[in-house]
Design a protein around this ligand. Structure first.
Ligand code: NAP
Length: 458
């Protein structure tokens, strides 16, 4: 029997477990899927926006995998870190360990004022409205915000801008946690500026996500045609050359459509989402000890896909700044880490230690390839890693391992939440929702999750 530990129960972890079951060269496989949190599904539960119900429904297929009798979910089981299980210990207990720990941190912006109160990584805002138990406890005081700046033009920027532009009533039918919904209900936001340092043809958002902004019932999208015209690649969108990737062409069509609508006169009751381009963040400005705005350097295309500064600046007033400039992998103590790329160095998924592939240790997902691609990209990524693992299996299974690795981990002080515990959390979230006249509402604190799991108060 091949015994494998998969660390992380997000899409890459679950697709890895699934690929292990689906391969036929080693039919007798048992997989323990460990997660630091008591709840499974990683970024599908704690990253996909609450109003993206269709993507959220992927949880159903992840669940079907985790319910296979050859798989055991082990929640509330940290690997690495002060109180966690050391990778070296896991390697002893299992024939193979696959790390699917994602990219948990945010990329820094590295401009003055970035750390001012009111300036946050977008990942923190996402964690807050997704009820991540590590999200900042004091939340986001939106009642004091009239204008928000979102830096970056990727799908995370679009997600957070959309949540800021929605009314609380629109989100009531989702699983957004109670405190976040209450704070969103007090929001006085009128303007959300989503700002890219390069041009519209270099934006990273996808067309479906972009179009959704235009479909928001209480928001109006504002695009300045002059900022689109600045981009020679944009001007060529209809011309013979250079051919633009299909996603860029579609994005440009959408943006051009919005730019053609005459700018609104006065301010109606709606919120405005302003999509801006060619503005590089230079400084987060302070006012009364908090964020007061952002100073941007006006850029222009350099002809090679990048931009150069023009010497002009523009200040945008804001009481809230969300930096949506990408996720970043964090080192896991005991595992090698490439700080430049923010990934674990690997060869076709095999972890590289001291310049050579380390048999028995693998990676998949964002910690393997960086924070790119859609959820489905993790499937092929997991398959490649599992192919390497299965190739190594004859060597790995030659070593005897514990028949009860969980018992050994419990002896080490681990108090895991099993699948039944997770099902109890789900029931508690449904009950909480019913008591509020809503559908399931997520529990957002550690004590609440562990209580609901039946682990007792701590
Ligand atoms: P992303 O797609 O890499 O976008 C990051 C954005 O930040 C880019 O516009 C980038 O501009 C900008 N940026 C980076 N450094 C900057 C700096 N120093 N100053 C100003 N701007 C800077 O990252 P993401 O939005 O975090 O998304 C991560 C992944 O998750 C992506 O694959 C995304 O598609 C996926 N995702 C998908 C969905 C969905 O499908 N609905 C939702 C959320 C996330 P440059 O291009 O100029 O570097």
């Amino acid at each position: 029997m091949l015994r494998v530990a998969v660390v992380g129960s997000g899409p890459s972890g679950v697709y890895t477990a699934q690929a292990l079951l689906q391969q036929s060269r080693v039919p007798d496989v048992r997989v323990h899927v460990l997660d630091r949190l008591p709840a499974p599904y990683g970024l599908v539960r704690y990253g996909v926006a609450p109003d993206h119900e269709k993507i959220k429904s992927l949880q159903g297929s992840l669940r079907a995998v985790l319910e296979d009798e050859r798989i055991t979910f082990v929640g509330h089981a940290e690997v690495g870190g002060a109180g966690g299980v050391a990778p070296a210990r896991l390697k002893e207990l299992y024939h193979a360990v696959v790390y699917c720990v994602g990219a948990a941190s945010d990329r820094p912006l590295a401009v003055p004022g970035e750390g001012l109160p009111g300036s946050f990584p977008a990942t923190e805002f996402v964690s807050w409205y997704s009820a991540h138990p590590d999200a900042p406890g004091d939340g986001f005081p939106l009642s004091a915000v009239r204008s928000a700046v979102v830096i970056g033009v990727g799908n995370v920027a679009v997600d957070v801008a959309r949540i800021l532009a929605r009314s609380a009533a629109e989100l009531r039918g989702t699983d957004v946690p109670r405190a976040a919904l209450e704070a969103l209900a007090t929001s006085r936001i009128r303007e959300v500026h989503v700002v890219g340092r390069r041009g519209p043809s270099q934006a990273r958002f996808t067309t479906k996500e972009l179009r959704e902004l235009g479909a928001l019932p209480r928001a109006r999208i504002v695009v300045d045609g002059a900022e689109l015209a600045l981009d020679p690649a944009y001007a060529a969108a209809d011309g013979p050359a250079p051919p633009l990737p299909a996603v860029v062409r579609r994005n440009l069509e959408v943006l051009r459509g919005w730019a053609a609508v005459p700018p609104p006169v006065g301010h109606g009751p709606e919120r405005r989402v302003r999509l801006r381009f060619f503005l590089r963040p230079a400084e987060v400005l302070e006012r009364n000890g908090r964020v007061g705005g952002v100073r941007f350097a006006r850029t222009a295309p350099d002809g090679a896909g990048g931009v150069r500064d023009t010497g002009a600046f523009e200040d945008i007033e804001a009481q809230l700044v969300l930096r949506a400039v990408g996720y970043r992998g964090t080192p896991l103590p005991g595992l090698p880490f490439d700080p430049v790329q923010g990934i674990v160095p690997h060869l076709a998924g095999r972890v590289i230690r001291d310049g050579a592939a380390s048999p028995g240790e693998y990676v998949a997902g964002w910690i393997k390839r960086g924070p790119t691609g859609v959820i489905g990209s993790n499937r092929s990524c997991a398959k490649e890693t599992v192919a390497s693992l299965i190739e190594d299996a004859p060597l790995l299974t030659g070593r005897e391992v514990s028949a009860d690795p969980l018992g050994a981990l419990r002896e080490q002080g681990l108090r895991p939440v099993a699948w039944d515990g997770w099902l109890s959390i789900e029931r508690a979230e449904s009950a909480l929702g019913r008591s509020l006249g809503r559908g399931p509402v997520k529990i957002s604190d550690w004590a609440g999750l562990l209580d609901a799991a039946g682990d007792g108060p701590r």
